[in-house]
Design a protein around this ligand. Structure first.
Ligand SMILES: Nc1ncnc2c1ncn2[C@@H]1O[C@H](COP(=O)(O)OP(=O)(O)OP(=O)(O)O)[C@@H](O)[C@H]1O
Length: 299
């Protein structure tokens, strides 16, 4: 469990992160979304034990993070630009991590070699950015972390590798309840594998949501009637947004799926379709005015 209470960090008296509270359950994948300069890296570096907060509390399984060597053994951090010792090969880095992390798992390292198909005897700096990032995942997952902290992890990875990496991460979460905090400036990039999303804007957490709750409570339907939409229907439904597309009315509606279906079916529409709703749309409609204001943050 990761708990963050009223965290603040400023640089030259300018707050980069302020009043942030977060609760991340064990075995959860938490996506931290924010535009450039929102404070994601600053927050993440505090969680990785690199920066000390100016005020507030930050704990993992009840233990304070900063300066906690025992806890560091259970955390692996992949920054936006992964760091490797100069001139080192993957094999040499593996030796280095084996001496640093008490839970280093040589068998896992060997197994992941088949997944990544990277020559472990080549110097890492000679690899492309995307391959270097894969090396970071390979090494990181071999340390068997309880907490994996990722800053913009999908940058530079092609779609096939992204899928591969996401599968590996989800597998560790399912099998050993690893907790992941992942930052991105792009909601779409990480929405398919996160279970919670937090939106950071100008150093503050605007909202924190459980994705399943969000998806079960907000829906998109398209309807058409012979003689136009029946009077009173939109008042009975909790409509967040309504738009006409030719003869069809598209509604974004809040509420339980069963109740919405019952209500609409009673009005005998000639067209009634349930449309997929992206997380981006949910955030925009759910948050109303704020949603529109921060549209550029979440697309
Ligand atoms: N070492 C530093 N010294 C001074 N200011 C800093 C430092 N690190 C970050 N900042 C400032 O703190 C604010 C938040 O930056 P941060 O890097 O945490 O944002 P971010 O959300 O990770 O952005 P990006 O998506 O561009 O990486 C910015 O205004 C930035 O200029």
């Amino acid at each position: 469990m990761i708990q963050v209470k009223h965290i603040r960090k400023a640089f030259n008296s300018q707050p980069a992160v302020q009043n942030v509270d977060m609760n991340i359950r064990q075995g959860s994948i938490y996506g931290l979304i924010g535009s450039n300069g929102a404070g994601k890296t600053t927050l993440i570096k505090m969680l990785a034990g690199i920066y000390k907060q100016d005020s507030g509390e930050m704990t993992m399984d009840g233990e304070p993070v900063f300066g906690n060597t025992a806890l560091k053994d259970r955390i692996f951090f992949i920054p936006d630009q992964p760091y490797f010792l100069p001139q080192y090969t993957t094999k040499q880095m593996a030796h280095f991590y084996r001496s640093m992390y008490s839970r280093w798992n040589g068998q896992r390292f060997e197994k992941l070699k088949e997944v990544f198909e990277i020559d472990m005897n080549k110097k890492i700096h000679t690899f492309s950015k995307g391959v270097q990032r894969q090396v970071a995942f390979w090494l990181g997952l071999s340390t068997m972390p309880d907490f994996l902290i990722l800053d913009e992890p999908m940058d530079g990875l092609d779609p096939v590798v992204r899928r591969k990496v996401k599968n590996l991460l989800v597998q560790d979460v399912a099998e050993r309840e690893m907790t992941i905090l992942v930052s991105s400036h792009n909601l779409r990039e990480i929405e398919d594998f996160c279970d919670h999303i937090g939106i950071l804007h100008k150093g503050q957490l605007l909202l924190e949501k459980d994705i399943d709750d969000l998806k079960s409570d907000i829906h998109k339907v398209q309807l058409a009637y012979k003689d136009g939409i029946p009077e009173g229907l939109t008042e009975q439904l909790s409509v967040l947004h309504s738009e006409r597309r030719g003869s069809v009315q598209v509604l974004i509606v809040r509420g339980s799926e069963d109740e919405i279906v019952d209500l609409i079916k009673k009005t005998s529409p000639v067209i009634f379709d349930w449309l997929p709703l992206t997380l981006e749309e949910i955030f925009i409609y759910e948050m109303g005015d704020i949603g529109y204001a921060i549209k550029n943050v979440i697309v």
